[in-house]
Write a protein that binds this ligand. Structure first.
Ligand code: PLP
Length: 247
């Protein structure tokens, strides 16, 4: 039955889904004593066509998150819309940093100094500094990307020196978990760490946590950017690696 509900929800229009998510964000923020404006919605458009991104844009959505460089570049070129803002949120290979530095406003998934140094060196001088978050591995799983909680402070000190990057905060993708109490417990150390570090960095104001299945817990723990894919666009086909470009 839940599967049926899931598919029927996906048949609502993208505009309806965005409006529903925005209402839920507002409700969660208010319930946590926060201003609804303190949480922004990043629409995760990986695997979605440019046409579907355009539909979300027409519904007022401006921030979009992409995981695969080649797929993202094709969409960015196809959608030169005023005010659209692209965020890179996927794993970063060194040989992709130049394209990321030249085409995105934000990168949420910086997890090592070498990648930060390359993004800094390759950010075009004609563009504003690149907003970056450090991805933290909260689940201590070897297979997931992200730096450990213990290493974040040292990495921040190094990235904070890079002139073409603007260190904005921390990001995480915890292992899936259905229990809201446990979801909050996993997020909490990251929120605590951000609060401890933020006074030392002039632009650090971002906690990028919360996806379709845990954004309510993330907002309760202080999320300032929720990254929502399937609850806006419907279920995705499984993708396990960088797809080959279609054109
Ligand atoms: C796919 C993805 C999301 C969105 O996941 P949903 O569960 O579809 O909301 C968020 N963040 C990252 C880094 C992702 O790769």
């Amino acid at each position: 039955m839940s599967r049926l509900f899931c598919y029927s929800a996906a048949m609502a229009s993208i505009a309806e889904n965005i409006s529903t998510i925005r209402e839920q964000i507002t409700k969660c923020a208010v319930a946590s004593g926060r201003s609804p404006d303190s949480v922004s919605l990043l629409a995760v458009s990986k695997t979605q066509s440019a046409e579907r991104v355009r539909e979300a844009f027409a519904a007022g959505q401006r921030d979009f998150g992409e995981n695969y460089v080649q797929e993202a570049l094709a969409k960015i070129a196809a959608l030169p819309l005023p005010g659209i803002c692209w965020h890179f949120i996927g794993p970063i290979q060194s040989n992709k940093t130049r394209e990321i530095a030249g085409n995105f406003a934000w990168v949420h998934s910086v997890d090592r100094l070498k990648i930060a140094q390359r993004l800094d060196a390759q950010r075009p001088v004609s563009m504003a500094p690149l907003n970056v978050c450090i991805q933290v591995n909260l689940s201590a799983e070897e297979t997931k990307s992200g730096t450990s909680l213990e290493e974040v402070e040292a990495l921040c000190a190094q990235i904070g020196q890079l002139k073409n990057l603007r260190l904005r905060g921390l990001m995480a993708i915890p292992a899936p978990c259905a229990d809201p109490v446990l979801q909050r417990e996993v997020f909490r150390p990251l929120a605590d760490l951000l609060n401890r570090l933020a006074p030392h960095y002039p632009h650090m104001d971002t906690l990028s946590i919360g996806m379709s299945d845990d954004f309510e817990s993330a907002i309760a723990e202080g999320s300032t950017i929720v990254r929502i894919g399937s609850a806006i666009f419907g279920p995705r086909a499984q993708i396990t690696s960088e797809p080959t470009p279609q054109q």
